[in-house]
Design a protein around this ligand. Structure first.
Ligand code: G4P
Length: 530
């Protein structure tokens, strides 16, 4: 069977070239710098800095709200596509701010691999661990990059121990640093035994110098630093810390490399590693765990919905990850949850402010559909052969606020706004008969989601609102039978979430433990990632 001008074989070939991945890290570990460096090496852009949103540089990372610009952080996310060797990379951008993480979690449903970026001086930080857990839960293979090796930091072997102890993954370094942190001379390639020496270039804005030497030449050149690297690599060898593709893909081991993104050291090797080891776009499991082969007719799912990106384009974008077939602009697809047709006249590839019209896309690619008001996060779209992919999980909210319209004459706008933010997954909306429809509770993973909600309610939906913090920090799934018992407990409240889940809110862990102790039969399940 063919799809337009492409045969099944063509589609399988295109899918096999795709590497769809995200960089997960704690803020400041160097995600933006690494993104720039990767794109620079792959020659998608001319000079480092083009995708970075910081002062003095051309801002393209979708800093679509004034608030975001003021803070200099990226709230929205999109995908950057570039080619390297014979591969096509889709780097799905993740918002980096610690407070704004639900979005980041969702983005991970669209990727086949993650690059875990660790600051050499700080080791595994909180946000990295949270994101790692989501990847681990979804069995996403992880490549670890120890960044900022040009700055004094922890010992390389110590870092390996930390990775192993905290993530449970066996670190299997592909490269090993020559020179301790702060004295980054180059890397020992543990597969070939050769030495890659790095040379700084001005400001790191162009590709760093890389020269390869044999072990003998490296020993002459670097002396003790080389000997130490070889000894440490031998130690790893004795512990069987060598790359193994099977355990990597199974999420049990993690290849490790050392880099300095700001100096462009190690970036080339990271790209090679992604081409050689990261999984391509492959058959994706549907709701019933049936694989959808990549050469089946088109299918994809929405992993992110975004509105108000740009005041010049007051539209709504739904980002879809292509799972099978070819996406061809202009095709009428079917929206799996409603069975209704969905016209794809407006499709764009978006990275920051630059929008390119997309005419076709292959498995692994990300496409932004414009004016997609009917689409929600988790929805599937297909052509000809029906398929529905599993919904995207929501996460356990940790912050709660009551929202009310400031102006009661704007109640219609208020309702419409709340509904929209709920659909987009900006916040979770919780209701109860007791609180009524005029004062729903908003739940969020990070407090900044409330600021986004408030800003959009005021400016986009013309419904100024007030928010009042509630003293809860923990939600558990419960059942209707448990409600009477929970209702008698102090500082516990039960609310309905819009997806039908019944959530019991607690002020803290101790309160939850107290209730569980008094009523061991109560259903109080953690809202884990599904
Ligand atoms: P993020 O997106 O993960 O938040 O991090 P980002 O790339 O913005 O990097 C955070 C800071 O760390 C930046 O410095 C950046 O230049 C620096 N950095 C990134 N990678 C490396 C590296 O390999 N070595 C060293 N020494 N520094 C690195 P900044 O001063 O906050 O910003 P800027 O003025 O350089 O833009």
């Amino acid at each position: 069977m063919t799809s337009g001008q492409y045969s099944d074989k063509d589609i399988r070939h295109e899918a096999s070239r795709r590497r769809t991945f995200a960089v997960i890290s704690h803020p400041d570990a160097g995600k933006s710098t690494t993104t720039e460096a990767l794109a620079l090496h792959a020659r998608a852009i001319g000079q480092a800095g083009a995708t970075h949103g910081k002062a003095g540089r051309r801002a393209t990372v979708s800093d679509w709200m004034q608030m975001e610009q003021d803070r200099g952080i990226s709230i929205s996310s999109a995908a950057l596509q570039f080619e390297y060797r014979d591969a096509v990379f889709n780097l799905v951008d993740t918002p980096g701010h610690a407070d704004f993480s639900e979005d980041t979690y969702r983005v991970l449903s669209a990727v086949d691999c993650a690059v875990m970026l660790i600051d050499a001086a700080k080791g595994l930080e909180a946000q990295t661990m949270k994101l790692f857990e989501v990847c681990a839960h979804r069995n996403i293979p992880i490549i670890t990059v120890i960044n900022k090796w040009d700055r004094p930091g922890l010992d390389a072997l110590e870092l390996m121990d930390e990775v192993q102890q905290r993530t449970g993954l066996l670190p299997t370094p592909i490269t090993w640093p020559v020179g301790q942190s702060g004295d980054f001379r180059g890397v020992l390639d543990r597969t070939s035994g050769e030495y890659t020496k790095y040379t700084r270039t001005d400001g790191g804005a162009t590709i760093a110098g890389e020269d390869t030497y044999t072990a003998e030449a490296a020993a002459d050149l670097e002396g003790d630093a080389w000997t130490t690297a070889v000894d440490e690599s031998d130690l790893l060898e004795m512990e069987d810390q060598n790359h193994d593709q099977e355990t990597f893909l199974a999420g049990k081991s993690t290849p490790v490399m050392f880099a300095s993104a700001v100096l462009n050291f190690g970036i080339h090797k990271l790209l090679d590693l992604l081409v050689d080891l990261a999984p391509p776009a492959e058959a994706r499991l549907d709701k019933d765990d049936e694989p959808r082969p990549v050469d089946d007719p088109f299918s994809g799912f929405v992993f992110k919905v975004q509105a108000g990106m740009d005041s010049n384009h007051r539209d709504r974008l739904a980002y879809i990850r292509v799972c099978s077939g070819v996406f061809e602009r202009g095709t009428v697809l079917t929206h799996a949850s409603t069975g209704k047709p969905f016209a794809t006249k407006y499709a764009q590839q978006v990275f920051g402010r630059d929008r390119d019209v997309v005419d076709e896309a292959f498995p692994g690619d990300v496409v932004g559909l414009v004016n997609a008001s009917a689409l929600r996060v988790g929805d599937s779209l297909y052509l000809d052969k029906k398929v529905e992919f599993p919904g995207i999980p929501t996460f356990s909210p940790e912050h709660f606020m009551v929202i009310r319209a400031k102006d009661s004459s704007k109640y219609k706008q208020f309702r419409r706004g709340i509904e929209q933010l709920d659909h987009e997954g900006v916040i979770q909306v919780l209701r109860s008969d007791l609180r009524g429809d005029q004062a729903p509770v908003l739940g969020a993973v990070g407090p900044m989601q409330f600021e986004v909600a408030e800003d959009r309610m005021t400016n986009e939906f013309n419904a100024p609102c007030t928010l009042e913090r509630l003293n809860f920090s923990l939600a558990r799934r419960t059942t209707p039978e448990c409600v009477p018992t929970l209702a008698r407990e102090r500082s516990v409240e039960v609310l309905h979430r819009s997806d039908g889940e019944l959530l019991a809110l607690f002020s803290d862990r101790w309160r939850l433990q107290g209730v569980q102790k008094n009523h061991p039969d109560l259903v109080l399940e953690p809202l884990v990632v599904s």
